[in-house]
Ligand binder design. Structure first.
Ligand code: UDP
Ligand code: MG
Length: 134
């Protein structure tokens, strides 16, 4: 059984989409192993997005990710990493098709509602980062 890290980003919480997003994961029969709401520190946000630190949008991305509470989810299921990435939709908002979370709810490539791990290696790192008490 695989595990992945999902974050409902500040705009998803602010727009009161927590329930509807979690509903999609439950409808897919994925298991919520752990979950909490909290504000991400600047340090954690910068580590989480370290691979993007040279991009022009990095400061805006960090400001956005630390602008309010997020909901962190540890999800478990068969092939859950690839499955959840599919459910999120593309990063580029113009390529996020209807039926995906971003396709249905996001209208900005930066403020795009949700994060999910993109590989087994990153899932392990991100689960340690956001569920360090486990
Ligand atoms: N992002 C952005 N502009 C871009 C690409 C990405 O603001 O051109 C933001 C967006 O919030 C995205 C995050 O940076 O979710 C991480 O980017 P990544 O390429 O890892 O996309 P993801 O894995 O979230 O689909
Ligand atoms: Mg990514």
């Amino acid at each position: 059984m695989e595990q992945t890290l999902v974050i409902i980003k500040p705009d998803g919480v602010e727009r009161k989409l927590i329930g509807r997003i979690i509903q999609r994961f439950e409808d897919k029969n994925l298991t919520i192993k752990e979950m909490y709401q909290g504000v991400i520190s600047k340090d954690v946000a910068e580590s989480h997005y370290a691979h993007l630190k040279d991009k022009s949008f990095f400061p805006e991305l960090i400001a956005y990710m630390t602008s309010g509470p997020v909901v962190c989810l540890l999800l478990e299921g068969n092939d859950v990493i690839a499955l959840v990435r599919q459910m999120l939709g593309a990063t580029n908002i113009l390529k996020a098709v209807p039926g995906t979370i971003r396709g249905d709810f996001a209208c900005s490539t930066t403020e795009n509602i949700v994060h999910a791990s993109d590989s087994p290696e990153n899932a392990a790192i991100e689960i340690r980062r956001f569920f360090s008490h486990l």
